[in-house]
Write a protein that binds this ligand. Sequence first.
Ligand SMILES: Nc1ncnc2c1ncn2[C@@H]1O[C@H](COP(=O)(O)OP(=O)(O)OP(=O)(O)O)[C@@H](O)[C@H]1O
Ligand SMILES: [Mg+2]
Length: 314
Amino acid sequence: MATAEQIMSLIRSHSDDDDEHFYTIALQIASHEARRGHKEIANEIRDLYKARNQREYKQTCVPEELMDILAIKPADVSLNQLVLHRGIKERIARILREYLEQELLKSYGLSNRRKILLIGPSGTGKSMTAEAIAHTLHLPFIAVQLDLILSRYMGESSAKLHQIFNFIRENRALYLFDEFDTLAAMREGNDIGEMRRVLNTLLVRIEQDASDSIIVAASNMPDSLDKALFRRFDDRICYSLPDPESIGALIHNSTGSFLSAEASIGSLVSKCTNLSCADIVNACHDAVKDSILQGRDSVRPADIERTIFERSRY
Ligand SMILES: Nc1ncnc2c1ncn2[C@@H]1O[C@H](COP(=O)(O)OP(=O)(O)OP(=O)(O)O)[C@@H](O)[C@H]1O
Ligand SMILES: [Mg+2]
């Protein structure tokens, strides 16, 4: 049962027309009920929230001047599709928990961690993580095409960034600044003065952002990132190539019922040591596709070994 204080907050936010606060309290009540074992009530509240977000998602409308820079994407990936080290999963779970309990934290003068930097090699699940967080929190998933800001709006890129952060403030969503290193990398051979200005504006805007949105920046070139960037983020999560246990999980997950549970994949693991998660997933999908096209309904470890070999030659 919701506390009197929560009911008062609901009524207050309703009369203030403060939708965000209203739903945050509702989610707090859901967490409270779930903790007391009332899973059904908790799920019902979360479903109502989800339905409202789906309506909102449809309404998220990017203005014409930002249409080429902000791309609304579907977020269909769930967290359990991601194969990650336990430490990273815990860090993600903390982001989710703090988001759902943001009002509670606010009442103590604290804010939830919502500016996240993901660093690590290509194909290790950084973009997928951003998508899964958006999916789990039922937030619209919007990719910010930083490279276009620089290539198409040279000379007015600082103004574009201001427009973007105004949009972020007005439209609660998860914003993914992918290939965050673009700014640093493009410094070479470009108008360095302009790059500096853009980078500085970006840093200031990230720092000043007090919206309800989640901002995720991803980079696979941490060395080229300006160190000043790091402290603007509430959390920095480092990804790495998969360890043997993760390799096994990736192979099993991406071959599904095509690989019998008894098949020994031990010898495959050592063949994947320098491959990214994306390479392994793609090699497994290649092997599954070959089997289907050859009219077979199963994949042998040797089939996967061949497609892994093909991929590792690139
Ligand atoms: N940790 C993972 N668990 C499961 N699948 C993964 C993982 N990492 C990558 N994949 C697979 O590889 C694809 C590409 O991954 P993703 O785009 O998240 O990589 P990335 O780290 O963002 O790479 P880049 O730095 O090049 O942008 C995913 O769609 C998924 O199929
Ligand atoms: Mg990516």
